[in-house]
Design a protein around this ligand. Sequence first.
Ligand code: NDP
Ligand code: GDP
Length: 327
Amino acid sequence: MKKTALITGILGQDGPYLAKLLLEKDYKVYGLMRRYSKPNFEHLDYLGITDKVDFVEGDLADEASLINVVKSIRPQEVYNLAAQSFVGASWEQAKITTEINAVGVLYLLNAIKFFSPTAKFYQASTSEMFGLANDDGYQDENTCFHPRSPYGVSKVYAHWMTVNFRESYNLFAVSGILFNHESPIRGIQFVTRKITDGVAKIKTGKATELRLGALEPKRDWGFAGDYVEAMWMMLQQDEPDDYVIATGQTHSVQEFVELAFKSAGLDDWKKYVKNDPRFKRPAEVPHLCGRADKARQKLGWSPKVSFEELVKMMVEADIKRHEMGSR
Ligand code: NDP
Ligand code: GDP
């Protein structure tokens, strides 16, 4: 019998990478998406798996829709990847961010508790929960949370609700605290993809400049394909537990910019990059660097793609896309 998994956020970045991994492991994969007049399967198409996923409609902001889906599928594993995931938008849209990222997780946990209580549940938590916390320059499972955005706050709620359902109702519910992870199908608003897309536009003569906000913040950037493996590993353990997933290396936005321009064979990044206060945030997370020792020891997980390989992969994919005529 095939194992059955439900992935929310199937049209995003992580959803397609996780679906591909589970399909390779012979799972039946259901992907939850909102109702659209014109759904965008571009990321699933990129990985060549659109026709291998079974799509179901539902919305994290609509409890009854989640109950319907969980009740009809009764999945063995549920990966909750759906979110309003862009920090930058979360100040302007704090309420909907909270409804989807925080209350939506409560809805989904309740649906599982009542209609599929043996299902294993994965919650997509984030290093943004650490925010300002900076114990000894790295963050791990013991670091206190100090979120700096409505997005970070919403994810702290979801994290603790996941832990609470585990402790209260004995659900197999885990929270993966993942540091930033990127790929050629990363959302175009995030700084890495904005940079690689911008570099590709400059390289192919479609743009002359790239407008960015703060260049000083540091992030621990890994490859999404590596990180979805950790999600799956967490649900294969005998006991539910929470794990930090990170590379342990941190780089500034500027370092990403320099490497991206270099990878495209463009010499002087300063000629093209313009500072734009519109992309500065009301409160910044200055420094993230994760320590994933627990995941290494207990899950046997470690990242495979280096920072340099990641930047090169993204730049090359965007140049190819623009050379083929994308806008
Ligand atoms: P994306 O933004 O690429 O994907 C999120 C998906 O959630 C989108 O496909 C979106 O659908 C869907 N979604 C949004 N709102 C709803 C809703 N109300 N109901 C149903 N679906 C909805 O995120 P990623 O794939 O990058 O990240 C996956 C998860 O991991 C997110 O929860 C994110 O917050 C978290 N995370 C990500 C990190 C990263 O670096 N990528 C780091 C740590 C955590 P639509 O296509 O309709 O917009
Ligand atoms: P985040 O870590 O989830 O907020 O991921 P982002 O990729 O959105 O942002 C990473 C860092 O890049 C943050 O410190 C941003 O302030 C910084 N940054 C600088 N310029 C930009 C920009 O133009 N867009 C975005 N998204 N971030 C920027």
